[in-house]
Design a protein around this ligand. Structure first.
Ligand code: ZN
Length: 267
């Protein structure tokens, strides 16, 4: 059998089960079908564990107020079970910052598996394509339809690489993580700390409630000297524990054309 990437493996499973809509993505049924029994418990220090014995496994999932988070954990453990048989796991799950463990590569694979299992390309791409320049509020509706967190959906959106977006998460300390559509030129470097002209800054500092968005000068977001030649769309929303989720939509084509021609302007 040819080596499959984790995402392909997950999407093949969805196809084999003839699932064609978000409403039919019953992750517990999929896990059960693969021999996994799901238990819910109050876990300390981790989000989920997986213990296998023979052809069966038990996945223990931490109870969460967010069903999207529980579902992601189940999908993540299903990924471990199918991709990394013979090992046991204690997982943080879906915590992008936690990338330092020795098992980081396996965790990343399980996350990719989960992301594709819960948001298969064939089902999610047409929905994303039907949205014109979506804001995070639009994306929240899609996330609700798929019963996943907004964070998981926004990372999937960037990975799909159909829209010119960068998604990022900031705390008061600064940039926690970013995820970019592959075709967005890497020359555009995000600022490490929030600019006080950004909507995200207002949200994080209590000067705006809920989500906020609109046009921004690109130099609010990028440290490049020539960023002030461009505008982009910023959409920001409060996220978990004092963080703000940001989606930047680069709708000025010249940012792509100039992207590769010069690294930074000298004044
Ligand atoms: Zn894991």
């Amino acid at each position: 059998m040819p080596i499959q990437r984790p995402g392909q493996r997950a999407e093949q499973l969805v196809e084999e089960m003839s699932i064609t809509s978000a409403a039919d993505l019953d992750v517990e049924a999929i896990a059960f079908d693969q021999g996994i029994e799901i238990r819910y418990e109050r876990l300390n220090g981790c989000e989920a564990t997986l213990v296998g014995y023979g052809a069966k496994a038990i996945a223990t999932i931490r109870r969460s107020t967010s069903r999207g988070r529980e579902r992601f954990s189940i999908a993540h453990e299903t990924g471990h079970w199918l991709l990394h048989k013979g090992k046991s796991f204690r997982c943080r799950v879906d915590d992008i910052v936690q990338n330092y463990s020795s098992e980081a590569a396996l965790e990343k694979e399980a996350d990719q598996f989960a992301s594709h299992l819960l948001m298969p390309t064939a089902i999610v791409r047409p929905i994303i394509k039907s949205l014109a320049k979506p804001s995070l509020r639009d994306l929240q509706r899609v996330a609700d339809d798929f019963d996943v967190s907004l964070q998981a959906m926004s990372i999937r959106l960037a990975a799909l690489d159909t829209l010119p977006v960068i998604v990022a998460c900031y705390s008061k300390i600064g940039l926690k993580w970013q995820s970019r559509a592959a075709h967005v030129p890497s020359k555009w470097r995000l600022k490490r700390a929030l600019d006080d002209d950004s909507f995200a800054y207002d949200i994080l500092n209590g000067q705006a409630d809920g989500n906020k968005g609109g046009k921004q000068s690109a130099d609010t977001w990028f440290e490049n000297d020539d960023a002030d030649d461009f505008e982009l769309l910023e959409s920001s929303m409060p996220s978990v524990s004092g963080q703000v989720l940001v989606m930047l939509y680069l709708n000025d084509l010249e940012m792509f054309e100039r992207g590769y021609s010069r690294y930074a302007k000298k004044d």
